[in-house]
Design a protein around this ligand. Structure first.
Ligand code: CA
Ligand code: CA
Length: 273
């Protein structure tokens, strides 16, 4: 009987010690790193489980950059890797949302449980888009959403045309007007060929006043036949396709003054080279 009593007391002490250890393990522990974790012990079957309640860091959006333009609908969304201060986390996943309005009311596309901090873009149409990302750990703790970035898909080439170009000018300085069309027009370049020599599109003849716009041309090669064309560029990097050599828009005669012996007067005459 005494032996049984001693065994019972011994078992009771072990049970008390186990309960004490279990209770201590349930307490929240603060690590020097600032991380928090918890554990739970089941004293009946000795099964232990543990987890984290501190969310991963908020991802930083990388690409496409905020307010950027792209001329393809096939690109990579990229954001920074999130980190966690909880050593028990084995996997951080990411969730992405893409909207067509700044108020985030019209969800265009989204994905979750992304193991990598990047994603191939969905095949969306041209337009303005707004996107954000958040990170979640395998305990279900999610970070706040990242700040929202905007990007624009524009796959359409811009267009432009010269308007009302005079056929003849007796002054080396004149104005060339143009019209251009595009949702995201950047600039229009005036290109010219002098007497059908190689076409040039000088940077000083780039205009951002948009449609309608104009160029001030000063006949840099002197007298001759000038051929003109405009090439439009948009903010997404699209360039107006125009075969300059095959499509001269207008021949502008900039005449020299010669003396006509038959009539004894000064007359204007185009230079022929
Ligand atoms: Ca990344
Ligand atoms: Ca465009």
């Amino acid at each position: 009987m005494l032996v049984k009593l001693k065994k019972f007391v011994k078992l009771f002490k072990i049970l008390l010690l186990f309960i004490f250890l279990s209770f201590s393990f349930l307490l929240k522990v603060s690590e020097p790193t600032g991380s928090y974790f918890r554990g739970q012990a089941d004293s009946l079957d000795s099964q232990f489980s543990s987890g984290c309640w501190l969310a991963p860091t908020v991802p930083a959006l990388i690409s496409p950059a905020n307010n950027s333009f792209t001329n393809t609908n096939s690109f990579i969304f990229d954001w920074s890797d999130s980190t966690t201060s909880c050593p028990l986390v084995s996997q951080i996943n990411y969730q992405i949302e893409i909207y067509s309005d700044p108020g985030l009311g019209a969800l265009v596309s989204g994905a979750s449980s992304l193991a990598e901090s990047k994603m191939v873009s969905p095949q969306t149409t041209d337009g303005d888009y707004y996107w954000r990302v958040r990170a979640c750990d395998d305990f279900g703790n999610c970070s706040d959403w990242s700040p929202v970035d905007k990007f624009t898909i524009d796959t359409v080439d811009p267009n432009s045309e010269i308007k009302d170009l005079p056929s003849l000018s007796t002054s080396p300085n004149f104005t060339i007007n143009y019209l251009a069309g595009d949702d995201n027009l950047d600039y229009v370049n005036l290109c010219y060929s002098w007497n059908l020599t190689a076409w040039v599109c000088p940077p000083e003849l780039q205009d951002r006043s948009h449609s309608p716009g104009s160029f001030s041309f000063n006949s840099p090669r002197g007298d001759g036949n000038y051929y003109f064309a405009t090439i439009a560029h948009d903010l997404a990097g699209n360039t107006e396709a125009k075969d300059l050599s095959a499509n001269p828009l207008t021949i502008l005669f900039f005449p020299s003054i010669v003396y006509d012996f038959r009539t004894s007067v000064l007359v204007h005459k185009p230079i022929v080279v």
